[in-house]
Design a protein around this ligand. Sequence first.
Ligand SMILES: Cc1ncc(COP(=O)(O)O)c(C=O)c1O
Length: 400
Amino acid sequence: MTLAVSPLLPRELFDFPPDALWLSHCKDGPVPRASAQRLVELLATELHPWALRWNEDFLDIQASLRRAGAALFGVNAHDISLTTCTTTGLEAISLGYPWEQGDEVLIPVGEFPSNRLPWLALAHRGVRCIEVPLWAGQAKGAAVPPTASIDPEQTLLDAITPRTRVVAVSWVRYQDGVRLDLARLGRGCRERGVHLVVDGIQGAGTMMPSFDGVSAFATGGHKGLLGLQGQGLLWTDATFRQQLVPVGTWLSAPDDFSQTGTQYGGDELWATDGRRLEPGSPSILSCAVLASSIQMLIDHGGAPAIQAHVTGLQEALLARLAASEVWAAEAHRLSGLMRAHRVGPTLSFVLPPDRADRLLKAAEAEGIGTSLREGYLRMAFHGWHSGQDVERCAGWLLST
Ligand SMILES: Cc1ncc(COP(=O)(O)O)c(C=O)c1O
C-alpha cells in the first residue's frame, strides 16, 4: 500500500527529471525554477550595467533577502547580515570577538570544518579551542553512533570553565544527523555568561530553530534554503553584535551608500544593524535567488510546516524498515532519537562499509541521490518529498 502523503512543495516547482529521487539536500539543495527565472532576469543587470538602478536592483534586493531570512526564522531583519557562506558568518564572530589571552572556545567533536577551523585558527591569539565528545565513545567512523540516551547539551554545559567565552555547535550535525536543543543549550550558556554560536546550515529551511539564548546563527543558503552556493545569512543578537569588532566594508556605513548625494560624515564608522558584519558587495544574483527560494518556503507554510512534513515521512520510512531483520536495529535507534526530538531533516544510518557501498551503487543506478559521511549513509527529506518517495526509498534499502 502506498503511503498517501503529497509533497508540501509541488515537484513542478523544481527541475527534477521524472525518475529522480533527491535525498541529498544535506549536500546541495535544488534551486526552484522560479528562483532560476529570477536569476535570468537579473543577469540583464550584469550584461547591461548602464541599466542598473542602484536602489531597486542593488540595495533593495539585499534588503529583501534580509527580510525574507528574518521572516523564515521569525527574527528582526535588522539582525540579519548577508554573508557568502556559513564559514564567513562564523568568521565574523571568531575574528570580531574581543578575545583575551587564555580564553577558551568549546566545540563538539566531529564538527564540519566550517565550525572548527575559524576557532582553531585563534591559537595565535592565545585562544584555546577544545573539542568535546558529545557522548561516550563518540569518534570518527561511526564507531559508537548516537542513541536516545545522549545528552549533548548537558555534556557541553558541564565542559564550560571560567575561561569559556563561546560554545560553538552545529544545530544539526552533518554526519550523524543529531539535532541539538538550541533553546536548552542557549539558556544554559546564557546562565553561565557564555555565548552560544551556531552553524545552522543542516537544519535551515526544513526545521524551526530557537534563537532564545543564542548569540549568533550562521548558515549557507545552498542546502535546505535552496539558494545558490556562495550566499548565506548570519543572525546576531543585537547586544552581542555591538561587542564585535566590525568586519564590514564600505557598504556597512551607518547610512546606505548614495551614488548621487553626500556620504555619511558622522562620527560612527559602522551601522549598528547586521550590515556592520557584511563582507562586501554581495552577488545580487545570488541574493535574489535566495530571497525567492526562501519566499517560496514561507508561502508553503514555512519551517514549521516543512518540519512536520519531513518528520511524518521519516517516521513512515523507519516504520517500514523496522519490520526488516536487517534494518530493525538501525530503525529502532533512529526512532528513539526521533522520539527524543534529536533528529534534523536527515536520517543517518550506520551500516557495514560493504553494505553501504552496495547501497550507494544501487542508488546511483536507480537515480536516487544519497550520500555517505564518516560512516553514516544520509537520507535528507524536504518539502518536495511524498509518501511515494518514502516507498521508493524503502524499496531500495530493503532490496539491497
Ligand atoms: C554542518 C555544515 N556546516 C557548513 C557547511 C558548508 O559550509 P559553507 O557554507 O561555509 O560552505 C556544511 C556543508 O556540508 C555543513 O555540513
